[in-house]
Design a protein around this ligand. Sequence first.
Ligand code: BTN
Length: 246
Amino acid sequence: LGQRLHHYSSVGSTQLHAHEFAQQNAEHGTVVLADEQTRGRGRLNRSWHSRKGEGVWMSMLLRPEIEPHRAPQMTLLAATVLAEVLKTHCGMKPQIKWPNDILSNGKKLAGILTELQAEHDQIQYIVLGTGINVNHEAEHFPEEIQSIATSVRNETGQSFELTPFIQALLQTFEKRYEEYMEHGFQRIKLRWEAFAYRIGERVVVKTAKREWRALLLGIEPDGALKVCDEDGKEEILYSAEIKWGK
Ligand code: BTN
């Protein structure tokens, strides 16, 4: 992984470059990194603030030989890798909000954007984008996200060099990816659960259709989220947003 690393000083979005490489048949493990993104993208069409040198803006091309319905497990895998590295490399206590937000003290520290290209029920490739706020000072975030976003520096009082941090990420990712390919999702699930945010607590869940209060029960063997509503009815969700607690 990362044998083919393309490092740019400024791009629109590393995701777009990774898609282009994928379409030119670039190999599994190709990594696109940028010091700055001018059009960083988040989930749900949001923009992702990615200033020069302040964080890790990276997209990885994966060609896993798994069925498309397992692709979301890649997101959970990536989230555990981020949480693990933030813990071991930066001494933090990160939490993962299902499926893929990395939080510290309830504020968002990093996010993952997984884009799947599948044909005839086969994965062509996955572009796994990772954005980690590393060296931002709190006031550098746009005003509208100041109360919900944070950075490693903000949380630890320390700045981190990005290169060793990225190396640790790639190494850990490679290890966990092999573990996943060899043993399946079960072990990754256990790792994910060790960082899980608000499992066993009351939250508000939002899907495209509705928003309701629920108890977060945990994740299923396939990585889906299990919740229970106020009438005790259990549901398994493949796509949803956990909004807040209480
Ligand atoms: C989220 O909404 O939480 C996901 C954010 C993903 C941001 C990363 S930064 C590197 C890559 N390039 C992008 O444009 N987005 C992802």
